[in-house]
Design a protein around this ligand. Structure first.
Ligand code: SF4
Length: 449
């Protein structure tokens, strides 16, 4: 893919204001809820994730045994095609025509909605932000706030056009319109599809964290519940949730805890008044085991999708979520995409960072994003070196080690001569500061007289 042209996003004042104010608000709320035990919790979460991913085969097998002991069924999907095919076949067999879905980046990753639409099954997003985007034919702009870039007026336009509702611009009124439309879908749906925030190996439970209650309804109202999750979401014990639930809510939205936390273990059992009659957990690989094999970048899989790195990234906060090549945007997208898709697909991506380090500072599971970005840059150079750039740096390094040459060449380099070759390319997107009238060496000589 070509480097995206971000000029449209940068020149869109309304978009700039929307991204800036929403990410600033989320960042501010996060700071307000940080407590004195935050660093300790981050380290604890990092260690749990490290331990789990270092022993992933053990915990996945334990999870499978416990899900099946509670009447659920685990489906191992090598890739998106296998996961989509399983869901399509199950829906066909059970005569399901309508599916309600709660927000899930994993199902975005495998293009589940598009797949179901192609085979004539209606999949309705029930998270308010996702619903707005689905009606408007757009993709999520942010991991946790998918419609972050939409104003109340934009949402009203979409509802007027697709739901034929009256003009309404209050958040409460707009939510009510969506709620009425979605209730119908919940009643019609034969299957509910959710993601999973955590998979608990020692109990076989899946944990869903949300603020709207739609995931709870999607997983309990229809007769069939399918949870689609990456294999990396497993944690060893229910007691580890104390760490992750706090960190996730604080880092994502600055809440002490999210409004709804559901623990779902298997299908409805005899005597239980509600819940699905069938429960399936689709465990998706889709390239994750390849990442797992790379010890130094394995921690990319620790991500709990809180979105804090996006909210603090100076690049994401300018270009927004639609200028990244894959579903995962911001700093986490910059390290996941090249590892999932191959560095050759978007070799520019790890370079689209100022390496300011804010992402690594706020990440609740302490993923060293800046270090991984540097490693990916080095992988790109090893795979496909830019010869002109390499030679320029070799010459530069030689000159820097030879002060006499440096003293002679520096004034020439700063002369008015137009830049050429890699320097010209480098300067095409950067401003070169105006050089001072006198160099440090000149000043030193003058003052030493
Ligand atoms: S990389 Fe860290 S900060 Fe970014 S979304 Fe994942 S857990 Fe959150």
């Amino acid at each position: 893919m070509k480097t995206p042209d971000v000029t449209a996003a940068l020149g869109d004042k309304k978009l700039q204001l929307a991204i800036y104010s929403a990410t600033a608000r989320l960042g501010e709320r996060r700071r307000e809820t940080i407590t004195s035990d935050h660093e300790e919790l981050r380290q604890y979460a990092h260690d749990i994730k490290k331990h789990t991913l270092d022993h992933l085969d053990f915990y996945l097998e334990q999870l499978e045994r416990n899900v099946e002991a509670r009447g659920g069924k685990v489906i191992w999907a090598k890739d998106g095609a296998e996961a989509c095919a399983f869901i399509q076949n199950l829906a066909r067999k059970r005569g399901v025509k309508v599916i309600v879905k709660s927000k899930s980046m994993t199902t975005e990753e495998i293009h589940l909605n598009e797949h179901l639409e192609e085979v004539g099954i209606e999949a309705v997003e029930t998270d308010l932000g996702e619903y707005i985007l689905q009606l408007g034919g757009e993709k999520p702009f942010h991991i946790i706030a998918p419609a972050l870039h939409k104003t109340k007026e934009d949402v009203s336009d979409i509802f007027e056009k697709h739901l034929h509702s009256k003009r309404e611009t209050s958040p409460e009124g707009l939510t009510k319109i969506a709620r009425v439309a979605l209730r119908e879908k919940f009643l019609e749906a034969g299957m509910g599809i959710t993601g999973a925030n955590f998979l608990v190996a020692d109990s076989g439970a899946i944990v869903l964290v949300e603020n709207e209650g739609n995931a709870r309804l999607s997983s309990s109202a229809p007769k069939i519940h399918v949870a689609v999750s990456g294999i990396e979401k497993v944690i060893p014990r229910a007691q580890d949730l104390g760490v992750f639930l706090k960190l996730l809510a604080r880092s994502a939205t600055g809440q002490p805890l999210s409004v709804y936390t559901s623990f779902l273990a298997g299908a409805k059992r005899e005597g239980e008044p509600d819940g699905p009659e069938e429960f399936y957990l689709v465990l998706l690989d889709n390239g994750r085991t390849r990442l797992l094999a790379d010890e130094s970048k394995r921690q990319s899989l620790y991500c709990i999708r809180c979105g804090a790195c996006l909210n603090h990234c100076p690049v994401y906060r300018k270009i927004g979520g639609y200028n990244y090549p894959w579903v995962y945007s911001g700093p986490i997208g910059k390290i996941l995409t090249p590892q999932f898709m191959g560095i050759e697909h978007d070799p520019w991506l790890p370079f689209a960072s100022s390496l300011c380090g804010a992402c690594g500072e706020v990440c609740p599971v302490k993923i060293e994003i800046p270090r991984i970005l540097l490693e990916l840059r080095s992988d790109k150079v090893a795979n496909d070196p830019d010869r002109a750039e390499l030679w320029s740096f070799k010459v530069w390094a030689w000159v820097m080690r030879h002060p006499k040459f440096y003293a002679r060449l520096a004034p020439l380099a700063l002369s008015a001569a137009p830049p050429v070759g890699p320097v010209k390319k480098w300067l095409s997107q950067r401003d070169l500061p105006v050089p001072p009238a006198k160099s440090f060496r000149d000043l030193w000589k003058e003052r030493s007289k």
